[in-house]
Design a protein around this ligand. Structure first.
Ligand code: ZN
Length: 277
C-alpha cells in the first residue's frame, strides 16, 4: 500500500530543525505540487536547488531515511531546473514509492495548515507550535492537530462471491463498500451501517484486516472483512449507489495497483479463490 516504503523509513517525530542543502522542499499550489524531471519519473527539489527561499521560511514536516522534508509557503524565486507545478493526483501512479508517499503526505499537511490560518474559535491568526505538530491560537489557546478522517472499507463475502457496488461518484467501476465513520459509533458499527445503507445486506463476522493513511483525502482508511448473514437480496441506496452485485471471482475486476486498501482487499480475495490478483 502507499505507505509501504520499505526499505526506506518514515520518521514523523516532531522537530524544529532547519533544512540542509540536500533536504527536500515541498511546495503546493491548490491541487498541484512542485516537481522536477520528466513526467514519468519526477523527483522533488532539494533546498540547495531552490534559490530565493530562506531556511527559516520553511516548515519541517518529516524525515524519510535521513532526508528532511520541508514545506515552503511561497514558490522559490528561481525555479529549480526542470521544475514545474504538476497535479498531486499524478503522484498516485508513480513508480518511485518515496516521491509518491512524501508528496501526498506533504499535501495533507499543507491543506491542514492552509485551512487553519485563523482560529476557528476566536478568529485570531494561528501559529505553529514549538513543541508538537499542531497549530495554536496565541489569543485563546485553541490547539488544532492535523485533520485525519477515519473511514472504513469492507470485503463482504458470500462463499466465493464478493459484494461490490457502483457509485454515482465512480459509475464506471465496481468497488467495495466504504464510507466515513460517524460520531458516536465504533469502526465495526460503521462497517455494518455502511453495508446495510448502501446495499441492504446484513453482515456478520466483521474482522479487522489492516489500516492505511490515504492522504489524497485526509483519510485513515481501515479495512475489514465480513460475511453475509441472512438474505443475499440487495437494495441499492438510491442517493449514492447505481448498482449492487455479488460477483464471482472471475467477474471481479482486477485492481490496477495495490496502493489502496480497496485494491489490496480485492487482490487478497482473488488469491484466496485461486486467481491471480
Ligand atoms: Zn483563538
Amino acid at each position: 500500500m502507499i505507505h509501504d516504503i520499505a526499505p526506506h523509513r518514515f520518521d514523523n517525530a516532531f522537530s524544529s530543525r532547519l533544512p540542509a542543502a540536500t533536504d527536500v522542499v515541498l511546495y503546493y499550489e491548490g491541487d498541484r505540487v512542485l516537481l522536477c524531471g520528466a513526467d514519468d519519473a519526477p523527483y522533488l527539489p532539494c533546498f540547495g536547488d531552490c534559490r530565493g527561499i530562506r531556511a527559516d521560511a520553511l516548515q519541517y514536516l518529516f524525515c524519510i531515511d535521513n532526508i528532511g522534508y520541508f514545506l515552503a509557503e511561497a514558490l522559490p524565486a528561481v525555479l529549480p531546473a526542470s521544475g514545474s507545478l504538476r497535479p498531486v493526483a499524478q503522484l498516485r501512479t508513480l513508480a518511485d514509492a518515496v516521491v509518491k508517499f512524501a508528496g501526498v503526505t506533504g499535501a495533507q499537511l499543507q491543506r491542514w495548515r492552509e485551512s487553519n490560518r485563523y482560529c476557528g474559535r476566536c478568529g485570531q491568526p494561528m501559529a505553529a507550535s514549538a513543541h508538537e505538530r499542531a497549530l495554536c491560537c496565541p489569543a485563546c489557546g485553541n490547539t488544532v492537530y492535523p485533520k485525519i478522517s477515519p473511514a472504513v472499507i469492507v470485503a463482504v463475502t458470500d462463499g466465493e462471491k464478493l459484494l461490490m457496488v457502483r457509485t454515482k461518484l465512480y459509475p464506471q467501476r465496481f468497488s467495495l463498500v466504504a464510507g466515513y465513520v460517524e460520531v458516536g459509533e465504533s469502526l465495526e458499527q460503521a462497517v455494518a451501517r455502511e453495508v446495510l445503507e448502501e446495499t441492504g445486506v446484513r453482515i456478520a463476522n466483521i474482522r479487522y484486516f489492516a489500516s492505511q493513511p490515504w492522504s489524497f483525502s485526509d483519510t485513515m482508511m481501515v479495512g475489514f472483512t465480513a460475511e453475509l448473514t441472512g438474505e443475499s437480496t440487495t437494495a441499492p441506496q438510491e442517493s449514492e449507489i447505481t448498482e449492487v452485485r455479488w460477483l464471482t471471482p472471475e467477474q471481479v475486476p482486477v485492481p490496477d495497483s495495490d496502493i489502496s486498501m480497496g485494491g489490496t482487499l480485492i487482490r487478497r480475495h482473488l488469491a484466496q479463490n485461486g486467481l491471480p490478483g
